[in-house]
Write a protein that binds this ligand. Sequence first.
Ligand code: AMP
Ligand code: ZN
Length: 444
Amino acid sequence: MVLELYNTLTRKKEVFKPIHKDYVGIYSCGPTVYNYAHIGNLRTYIFNDLLKRSLIFLGYKVKHVMNITDVDDKTIKASQKNHEKLNDFTRKYEKIFFNDLNELNIIKPDYVLRATENVQDMIKMIQKLLDKGYAYKASDGIYFSISKDKNYGKLANLKKIKDNKERIKNDEYDKENPQDFALWKFYAKEDGDVFWEAPFGKGRPGWHIECSVMSTKVLGDSFDIHTGATDLIFPHHTNEIAQSQAATGKNFVNYWIHTGFLNMKEGKMSKSVGNILYLENLIEKGYNAMEYKYMTLNTHYRMPLNFSIENLDASKNAYQRLKNIISEIKNDKKVNDKYLKEFTEAIEDDFDMPRALSILWNLIRDENANGKIETIKKMDEVFGLKFLEKEEIKIPSEVKKLVDERERARKEKNWKKSDELRDKIKKLGFIVEDNENRSKLVKI
Ligand code: AMP
Ligand code: ZN
């Protein structure tokens, strides 16, 4: 059995061969912290975590690195609009981001690097690109000359690159128009107090150089896997490859893995379209993070996923049914090798989570199968869906007060009052079950 994964660079499934014997290096493009991460972004972070968990399940050790983009055009603009210092502003969103990851039972990456704390290394890489002749100085910044790179655009399958010096200062632009891109943006009044001194002029880094530097800083010039959603193939990842390989003269990344987009009825979910939902919105509507996560696992990570409340409802029902069934199964302490093997094969086939979930369902439905609980435990090391955790029921304070009152009434043997209170509690969605000397609260 071997692990095969789809590589955007070659557009086919390839057998995975790690560079180092003792670990697999993964770099994931992290959030730009000027707003909450929406549930589309979270789909991508859920998959990054599944990828890591899968590799660990298959016996690899993993070094997982993620960056925080805490300086770029968007963070600067948004912090100014809020009249806050860039760092104060971005840290708030960084904190909320990690709370969301925690809620989704995503393991925090082993290394989290902030762009603002790695600017000196970015200056060094830019200097190297200038020295090697891949970069040039223009009036508003230092630019990478894409015509100097014979392989430019392979990841995005770009056609012939025009040999001109059109250039673009924005970090994001259209695939139809590849241009020289900014490595360093010279200070402009709009940047306020956000700048760093550099030998080639005071300013701030472009977005693409941030990731080239933070990934190689921890994982070395060449590493195994780089992730992100499909929107990053061009220009971000295309430019990361160009800069890194020009600076080091070595191959940058062996496997590029891209997640499909989470789409809404109106098209892709994105901050610029404004059709976004946050995890908090789903929780307010009565869903929990695991139910959303279950929904994302039901579609292959490379496919677009259409979000709808109907789809989320179906996932909620399926997830809760699974959990209920699992809670009734006795643990015979055995492992079911047949189902575990099938599950492993699904994981090894480009992380086929929908298939892995259906194998879990088959195991549960199989009346003759033994070793169910221990096998589910192993599967959940990959899913991270908390199948074996008891749900923590949040009891509203109003209900708590009524329960206390009822306890007092029972102690005073005031059965009439105690029954009235039981009815009131029921109306609020809870049943009180009286045992000999304790009462138990059950959610209806
Ligand atoms: P950002 O914070 O905009 O830099 O995006 C963070 C991550 O979310 C990146 O890996 C993006 O590729 C990914 N992403 C952005 N929008 C979506 C979406 N609608 N569905 C899935 N992933 C997304
Ligand atoms: Zn990146």
